[in-house]
Write a protein that binds this ligand. Structure first.
Ligand SMILES: [Zn+2]
Length: 65
């Protein structure tokens, strides 16, 4: 749950404050542009997590069928 929340956290380019992602990508403090603070390798980890989840689901299905 906590990890899912951080997915929507973005950092303001202007004042460096964190804010929730919104359609305009605008900082609620100064109106600056919100950017994704995470380096690209984080999305790679997400990708592998998805594969791991798929693997576990398949193993789970095998055991309980
Ligand atoms: Zn700002």
């Amino acid at each position: 749950m906590m990890l899912k929340m951080t997915k929507y956290l973005q950092k303001c380019k202007e004042c460096n404050r964190y804010g929730l992602q919104n359609p305009e990508s605008k900082c609620r403090y100064c109106g600056g542009q919100l950017i994704n603070p995470k380096p690209p390798k984080f999305s790679l980890t997400d990708k592998y997590a998805k594969y791991r989840l798929k693997y576990f689901k398949e193993e789970f299905d095998k055991k309980f069928k």
